[in-house]
Write a protein that binds this ligand. Sequence first.
Ligand code: F6R
Length: 265
Amino acid sequence: MEILIYPAAQVVARAAAEMIGLSAQRGATLGLATGATPLLTYQELIASYRRGELSFAQSKAFLLDEYVGLAPNHPQSYHQTIREVFTSHIDIDDSAVHSPDGAAERPWEQAQEYEQLIIDAGGIDLQLLGLGTNGHIAFNEPATSLSSTTRIETLHPQTVADNARYFSSVAEVPTHAITQGLGTILRSGHALLLATGKAKAEAVERLVEGPLSASCPASVLQLHPHATIIVDEAAAAGLANLDYYRYVQTHRPDWQGADGLPRLV
Ligand code: F6R
């Protein structure tokens, strides 16, 4: 894994936006995350687009997850959120931004169809990820099969509590989500996980240095052939091998990967 540590969340966002921008320029299929962490990255990308440096016209996007029970036009649905915070401000075609339908009559079939839609699109080239305080990625909660595909997940009470800030009360937070599985995420060409703030420090430590375990679903990224973890100082604070990761970062070679993209920011 590439572990990149930057002094503050804004610098994390710039580094992430640079990687995503390079992929978008190649018409990549992007996997998008919602939540608070990627917001600064989306703002960086929108600013680059407005400066005329970037186009997303050739890209498609797939969201990681959607709440079961929320229709696409619900203000708290991820379908709606991603448009508000990112895709309606850039030149990606709205019909190219996909997410599971949280209001589908048969959510299980919907999950399977979404998995197939990703496969039919040729897979996700770059998957952006946030990190739950309990180690989840997408909505894969502890004890998720490490090879799971898109399905319905019961949200951990900790996740419900963490996300209550977007709703008027905890009782309004849906208890289930349709989420890409860990196996789905493992199939992406490049997994790019961002974590900022001290509330994420323990989960970052478990992801990077803990055992590979379904108890920390994010640790599955240890199996990903190309995973980049970008964190700020606060989120990196619990890492035992921090000095080594910094050493690698400052001795980073300038060569490119086989895909022609720089391997490190
Ligand atoms: C959101 C998602 C979640 C979040 C995670 C962190 O689409 O899949 O895994 O990335 O819960 O959320 P924030 O960034 O709000 O701390």
